[in-house]
Design a protein around this ligand. Sequence first.
Ligand code: M6R
Length: 628
Amino acid sequence: MPDPFGEDADTGKLYMCGIIGYTGHKNSLPVLIEGLRTLEYRGYDSAGVAVCTADGVIETVKSKGRIDLLQEKLDSLEKKVEGSCGIGHTRWATHGAPSDTNSHPHTAPSLALVHNGIIENYAEIEEMLVREGYTFYSETDTEAAAKLIDYYYKKVNDPVLAMFEAADVIRGSYAFGVMFCDFPGKIFAMRKDNPLIVASNDECGIIASDIPAILKHTNSYYQLEEGIVSVLCGSAIEFFDRTGKKADQKRLTVDWNVEQAQKGGFPHFMIKEIHEEPEAIRQTVSTRLGEDGLPLFGVHELDGDKLGKFKSIHIVACGTAMHAGLVGKAIIEKLARVSVDVDVASEFRYRDPILDPDDLVILLSQSGETADTLAALRHAKANGVCTLSIVNVIGSSVAREADCVLYTWAGPEISVASTKAYSVQCAMLYLFAIQLARVKGRLDDDEARELCRRLCEDMPAQVEKALELSRDVESIARNYLAVENLFFIGRGLDSALCPEASLKLKEISYIHSEAYAAGELKHGTISLIIEGTPVVALMTQERLCEKMISGIREVKSRGATVLAVTTKEIAEKYNIPADNTVILDNVDADFAAFPLATVIQLFAYHVAAQRGCDVDKPRNLAKSVTVE
Ligand code: M6R
């Protein structure tokens, strides 16, 4: 896969929320709404706009839900919002549930502000500002930034300087778009660790979180550098550094259309999202690690004593999420020696499962809205069992209704085929397993810390290396375009990955496949292996390699064509009788699930894409299954 990004693009980083800002001669509102619509693909749960009139009055309108709801709210206002300068935002909740109040823009007496990113020390800032007489209305980290800039503006009486002063205090990441009442017609922009572009044409100036939102106006833009404040007034753009001196920025051009830009230059969202896995794993794990490098699960049921008392665990989910549960079972049982069942949610709810008050039920869900998973959660609660949800969407039903929640940080997943959400579900289950093992006295703090480090640092790096195999996998995938049936086999942890490898291939390429524990084939299914039957053997577990090699011989002697996915170390040490191999970098056997997951997803993707399938929207499927 050629690098679809230009030199200044932020490949593989996860940016949620969308920013748009307009300053010009027209009414800004329709431009803002249109810009927000081009950012919808990023996923969001609420939207809002602030518009400044020529005499410096800022009107803010925000709404939980879709942009259509925001539009309805705007339409229903008696006094129409109008002004030639405005900022808009689509929010993907991080701090505080989706709600009108938590939506952006956030305001302070002198300004309105939109923000992408996370203000880590927002609580400290709030505390300081409350002492200074400020009142806070939302649960967001962003409101602290708005009020902090206002606080400095009052002190220094200069908007650019106020933004720099606030930036000195803020820890975290941000892209800010700000309008000050005292400077009608101007937008002030600044960023750190979050992209923000500024652009202009002959008529207007635009700020945006990413390229799709500017393409209607221009294809040339500045990727704002960190440590610079940009001031836009109509089509005039100025840049200032910390000393107040004017600065230069490099102008870039892009020749993507809106759709290409939304996919970051990748041909499909699925492959873009696979490339986001390293960052998604890093973010998911790092937000749950304390300063001592150990898991930090916060308060209530997941704290030490209570966690240690759970006698057995039920993981309940659907589809890919359920498959992440299989990986979770393997690692929880190995590290913590607590027994784990994995259930399909649609069965769990009806099969009258044996639930003990000392059990824990873990619900896994990307969307948090899957009907069967939600019903299983309610069933567990009705039986008095503690429930923990691991969910990617803040404030979703499964997150809200469970007794405790651990959020994953994959960012919005657009492609129907779940990829990065699976990787982060696995990562969170690993972290959970480490914590449980620690509480159970099976790992001391140093051992636990080292496993957390591998998860947070080594795994993103391993997945990055697996992504480098994309071209090799693409060319191997060419051999599978006309295939009708295929088998995935593996042992140990690898066998937990086989069902996901099979589901991924089936759902997007429409090729039938089966997942089998390698040792189980000979009990019946091997009768289906004939001359040319393709078999993909996952073999990252060295202790089981000889057994896998016997399994490969068994199928090869019946005519199978075998692709082995293994590690360098195993490939060098063993003579694998496969027709083809994909070789991963060496990886600790217990952690092989991460790079292996990436390779099986790449395999499914490249087969489906080369077969010309509608990869992101496979037939008969919806992203979120909210019906039974
Ligand atoms: O949103 P959820 O994680 O609860 O969704 C569960 C399944 O519907 C989902 O993983 C589905 O199997 C995907 N299409 C698989 O790629």
